[in-house]
Design a protein around this ligand. Structure first.
Ligand SMILES: [Zn+2]
Length: 257
């Protein structure tokens, strides 16, 4: 994926209101992939991941079908065996200690897997959006819309919670358990949304933008206070929150709604 971003950024071209991709990129990518194997491999990787979603996600996490986690996610650093202090390994829905193979469930370990699933799903939205723009095949947009609709239904039903599962704290978030994690989830999701937005009905676009992007960025639509970004955030958190807020603003085209 790193190589694909290098391809996107090789010649900046922002003649349309796209975050990282516009129609001129198609011609440029077509030319580069025709002569550069690394570029062809990068594009093939995006298309393969888009084709394999959601089957790959369902297999990796041991699900019966694709769905979003119904509760807010937990903190990555809690994915640790309480007996041995080593990081667990997620395998088809099991959270295994690498030392004795014991399978752990409940809070907090299952909720860390929720975090992994949300991140994977946001990256899938990005890949599906790229695949849609690279091929113009509507099935990629249809799969991405499934993700955006699911998050629009879910987002504001999740309480703001933090890494210790305390509610409505200053560092908390909804899909994730801290604003930094929520920002890093939102960045690829907003990129994917920007790529697919034109293939979505207006009502569907408005629902996603109201329920998630603007609610997240401004604290509107039922949130109890502005929490973006927290004053105590480390620099990395502020960088991610600023980046995601910028993507939200660009992708939702608020001036044109
Ligand atoms: Zn252990």
């Amino acid at each position: 994926m790193r190589m694909f971003y290098a391809l996107l950024l090789a010649v900046p071209a922002f003649c349309q209101p796209r975050l990282l991709f516009n129609s001129s990129d198609l011609d440029r990518i077509g030319k580069v992939t025709a002569t550069e194997p690394w570029a062809a491999n990068a594009v093939a990787g995006v298309l393969r991941r888009a084709d394999e979603w959601p089957a790959q996600h369902v297999r990796e996490y041991g699900l019966t079908e694709w769905a979003l986690p119904k509760e807010g996610a937990g903190w990555s650093h809690n994915y640790v065996c309480p007996d041995h202090g080593v990081r667990l390994t997620q395998k088809a829905g099991k959270n295994l200690c690498p030392i004795d193979g014991k399978d752990y469930h409940g809070w907090p370990v299952d909720y860390v897997v929720f975090m992994q699933r949300n991140n994977d799903t946001a990256r899938a939205a990005r890949d599906l959006g790229l695949a849609y723009r690279l091929t113009a095949k509507p099935e990629y947009a249809e799969k991405a819309r499934r993700i955006f609709k699911a998050y629009a239904d879910l987002y504001l039903t999740l309480p703001i919670h933090d890494n210790a599962n305390k509610l409505d704290t200053r560092s908390g978030a909804r899909v994730m358990s801290q604003t930094l994690s929520e920002a890093s989830w939102l960045v690829p999701l907003a990129f994917g949304y920007d790529l697919v937005r034109d293939a979505m009905p207006a009502a569907e676009r408005g629902r996603f933008e109201t329920k998630i992007t603007w609610a997240r960025a401004t604290g509107r639509a039922g949130t109890t206070r502005r929490c973006w970004p927290p004053a105590s955030s480390p620099k990395s958190a502020n960088w991610w929150t600023s980046l995601s807020t910028g993507r939200v603003g660009s992708s939702s085209r608020c001036a044109n709604r």
